[in-house]
Design a protein around this ligand. Structure first.
Ligand code: HPA
Ligand code: ZN
Length: 326
């Protein structure tokens, strides 16, 4: 079996990471003090005691509340800088980050503040750490479709930074079909398109993401395992799943990591990658996720290398960068 060190050192890409989900408790308290925003917790320990989630929504409630401390361009830059330092120490050479603009604009933080702050840290990481990157604008699916449409319009002034769009937040009851028009517009603008589907929602949502949104990758897709026909389709069409094993356990999508379908999907020919989702909340960064699936599923060195290779191949890095990474 591969050692922790080998798994951390393995060069890889992260394709499923919410930058707001990298807000560690210590930085949350620092920013709360700096911006004079009261947090409803007395200490880091007390905040962490609330990281005992029962489902996706119980996590999202805390995630949206805590990100209220992020106010200035410098805050977003610092958040991103700290993530990238961790990323570098866990073998990441390329990262595609989701951000949730509506969660910031709804509380008066302009989208430019968010994009420019994150962007400054991404530029520094390219120069200082050799990490290439791209930003994926994620729509909140539990907010009105009109709001997503306006958010896309506002972001079109920054398409130098934005490589694609995604779909996240509460899944059940908010099927991909709602966003068909917004996604058509994003595709017409030349943006890549991905969507969270089949995390808590049924396999049908994965089908809709493919058929109605034109999703190039599926984020999570864990419930595809319930539908053999869909598994065969994902395999034959080469659609990658950006899986997040520690997240799935922490949000109780599965009871134990041993039940995770990562390896079964790989064996069925589906392209799978290992990612961290919201590492500050779910107990680990991408290297930690590799270690966890080695322990729980017996992932071998060869498999880990294949997952890492798939992360480069199914990334949206330009072809010349892909050649360097592979
Ligand atoms: N699922 C859906 N939406 C999210 C998540 C997630 O795991 N993390 C941040 N937004
Ligand atoms: Zn996610």
């Amino acid at each position: 079996a591969p050692s922790d060190d080998a798994l951390f050192a393995l060069p890889k890409a992260e394709l499923h990471l919410h930058i707001e989900g990298t807000l560690e408790p210590d930085l949350a308290f620092e920013l709360a003090a700096r911006n004079e925003i009261p947090l409803p917790y007395a200490s880091v320990d007390e905040l962490e005691r609330h990281y005992d989630f029962s489902d996706l929504q119980s996590f999202l409630d805390l995630y949206y509340a805590t990100m209220d401390v992020l106010r200035t361009e410098a805050d977003f830059a610092e958040l991103t800088r700290r993530y990238l330092a961790k990323a570098s120490s866990q073998g990441l050479r390329h990262v595609e980050l989701f951000f949730d603009p509506q969660a910031h604009t709804a509380r008066g933080v302009p989208i430019e503040t968010v994009i420019d702050g994150i962007g400054a840290a991404l530029d520094d990481a390219e120069r200082d750490l050799g990490i290439s990157s791209g930003l994926i604008l994620s729509f909140l699916r539990d907010q009105p479709v009109d709001d997503a449409d306006r958010t896309l319009s506002a972001a079109l002034g920054r398409t130098d930074r934005i490589i694609g769009v995604g779909l996240d937040s509460a899944e059940v009851g908010y099927p991909p079909s709602l966003f068909e028009g917004v996604y058509a517009r994003a595709r017409a603008e030349g943006l890549h398109v991905v969507a969270h589907a089949g995390e808590e929602g049924p396999p049908e949502y994965i089908r809709q993401a493919l058929d109605l949104l034109g999703a190039e990758r599926i984020d999570h897709g864990i419930r595809a395992i319930e539908d053999p026909e869909l598994v065969a389709r994902l395999a034959s069409e080469g659609i990658a799943l950006t899986m997040c094993p520690l997240s799935n356990v922490r949000l109780r999508t599965i009871d134990t990591l041993g039940e995770h379908p990562l390896r079964r999907l790989d064996a069925a020919g589906v392209r799978v990658t290992v990612n961290s989702d919201d590492p500050a909340y779910f107990g680990g960064y991408v290297g930690d996720n590799f270690v966890a699936v080695r322990d729980a599923l017996g992932v071998t060195s060869d498999e880990a290398r294949r997952f890492a290779r798939t992360s480069f191949e199914t990334s949206f890095a330009p072809d010349e960068r892909k050649r360097e990474l592979l």
